[in-house]
Design a protein around this ligand. Structure first.
Ligand code: BTN
Length: 271
């Protein structure tokens, strides 16, 4: 296969110790998260190793958080999922979101020079003409097995070379690296560097070092007026995003002075 992101191209240049050593490239699929989940459900033989990666050049049913669609024209993006089995306690569950968001933000900055930030909880934003725009999103999904387990699928979508006129219509205004830079960005290089950063960040977290301080520093949400819809109750909170706690929950103070602690929600910046 002679694709830019083919198995041969990745294997020839991968510098990780374990992440991505099992790598599958597909010209198209429905959703790499769903495909990986199915592979795990069907107890593939031999079992999938931690760090297995599935990448597609097109997804017909790409999914975002909150059942939103994640759309990208063929061969323009990075759309992939990683299988991980973190060995840590339940209260550390948001660490993966944090370290993955930081890894994506850092790799984009390193490869393009764009200024990046994170919109709570897991949107990666790039500053373009003075406005923050969404360039990447993360979709973390736990896998339900008979035995209690912490198996996780980390799905990452990055708008790399989507032409400006083909950017999807999304609630948070989108951008691609191509649209922001005015020139295409090589996807293989970006992918390989990202896999290395993910492996490093994950390794540090597995040793007990919290990614929270680095993640917190990059949050553009803090200090902003926000509207948050809480997942589950649907309650809407309008206030000021004061901080995040050690576990990644957002602390929003409303106008009557009450501090709300939000574990999962959808945030709109009102500033
Ligand atoms: C979001 O911002 O809401 C999360 C977007 C996650 C998109 C990625 S693309 C690869 C993987 N497969 C999917 O169907 N979704 C994730």
């Amino acid at each position: 296969m002679n694709h830019e992101l083919s198995e041969t191209a990745v294997a020839a240049a991968l510098t990780t110790r374990w992440l991505g050593h099992m790598y599958q490239y597909l010209p198209q699929t429905y959703s790499t998260n769903d495909l990986l989940k199915e592979k795990l459900d069907h107890l593939s033989r031999p079992p999938l190793p931690e760090g297995a990666v599935v990448l597609a050049d097109y997804q017909s049913q790409g999914r975002g958080r909150l059942n939103r669609r994640w759309a990208a024209p063929p061969r323009t993006s990075l759309l992939f999922s990683v299988f991980l089995r973190p060995r840590w306690l339940p209260w550390q569950q948001n660490w993966l979101t944090m370290l993955a968001g930081v890894a994506v933000a850092e790799v984009i900055e390193a490869k393009t020079g764009l200024t990046t930030g994170l919109k709570w909880p897991n949107d990666v934003m790039a500053l373009h003409e003075g406005q923050w725009r969404k360039v990447s999103g993360l979709l973390l999904e736990g896998i339900w097995t008979a035995a209690p387990s912490q198996d996780v699928i980390l799905g990452i979508g990055i708008n790399v070379n989507i032409p400006p006129d083909q950017l999807p219509q999304t609630i948070t205004p989108p951008i691609s690296l191509l649209a922001a830079m005015g020139k295409p960005v090589p996807r293989l290089d970006l992918l390989l560097d990202l896999l290395r950063r993910l492996e490093d960040g994950y390794g540090r977290a597995q040793q007990g070092y919290s990614p929270q301080p680095t993640w917190r520093q990059r949050l553009i949400t803090l200090g902003q007026p926000v509207q948050v819809t809480k997942i589950g109750s649907g309650q809407i909170i309008i206030g000021f995003a004061e901080d995040v706690d050690d576990w990644g929950q957002l602390l929003v103070r409303d106008k009557s002075g009450i501090l709300h602690t939000i574990l999962a929600g959808d945030v709109t910046l009102r500033g």
